[in-house]
Design a protein around this ligand. Sequence first.
Ligand code: 7TS
Length: 413
Amino acid sequence: MSQPQAQARPDVADCRRDFPALDQQVSGHPLAYLDNAASSQQPQSVIDAVARYHREDHANVHRGVHTLSHRATEAFEGARDKLRDFINAASRNEIVLTSGTTEGINLVAQSYCRPRLGAGDEILITHLEHHSNIVPWQQVCEQTGASLVVAPINERGEVELDQFLGLLSEKTRFVAISHVSNALGTINPATDIIAAAKERGIPVLLDGAQAVPHMAVDVQALGCDFYAFSGHKMFGPTGTGVLYGRESLLDAMPPWQGGGDMILEVSFDGTTYNELPYKFEAGTPNISGVVGLGAAVDYLVDVGLDRIAGHEEQLLGYMTQRLGDLPDVRLIGTARNKASVQSFIVGDIHPHDLGTILDHQGVAIRTGHHCAMPVMDYFGVPGTARASLALYNTEGDVDQLVTAIEKAQRLFA
Ligand code: 7TS
């Protein structure tokens, strides 16, 4: 794909054609896929890369002397290099390939925090987190006697920076926050939080699951110590993901799973662990998935993250306005700095009923608590309807959503 000028809107019609799943009818309507925060669709180039790998190159990695094993290893490690470039990590040793965000966060909780924390120590998160960035910390608190401290949000769904910073103390041993909230789309003030934590020598993990498909991420510019994300939300296969970790920290951490590939030498007297990043990659990895993830990175880079961000910002503005103009629609999450997501409630229609009626009109959204029950509790709702955008969405998708909601309102009137 040629590189048009930075900031210009991507030619969405062209991008859309790259995604075969979008070209289908659901219940007799063209599919308007607005559930990208849960899982995005895959471009043909990703589907082809995975298929080609299965057809021609499949073998185990890092261990064979034969040609297919070499090819598989090359494709797998090549994807690691692309991922390093993609987030501008300083070294490929800092790219741990995982099954997704959840695994990356659990790895840090168990391997970084568990050996270091004890009673009186605190882990600081926010009220906005996905359960994946809550439960692993609760578990490590139970295991170590440390406490979980939760920074509050306001009625817009924003973390109040002053309040957050006020909770940093000499007891704080770790900070874990979402870069972008999945339930509300709020972009957290990560740079300020990281700078403040750094001044106090506190490591920071960013949960980047909802950021990487929507904005350029540079882990060195952010200055974070860990950054976790998932392949399936960035046009790659499920069961893939990355944990970025600062090399000096990863080096000092014990492996969290034992098995093949993560060792240099094993005897019954003891085991010498492999070097980074393999120390954290026990067992045969998701080779085909990672090959596909590499192709997804190529795709994102080709379209251009700045252009994607510009397009989505414009489209989110349009969607928010269209939804906000509907009678009896309550927008949940109105942060001033947002990406790609709008949660809402339509009158007293239960979100699941709304989602079903929308599906009958070809509109795919997610309904429920979005694995962020504390956010729902804050807004006093059991769940919301959530429309979430990707680079291939258009104003036509949003119009179809609005028409479908109007129909639901008529049905329930
Ligand atoms: N963190 C955030 C911010 C997320 O949005 C998600 C998934 C995860 C962590 C977990 O990612 P996984 O790939 O390990 O499962 N979020 C959603 C969602 O919003 N709807 O479905 C999954």
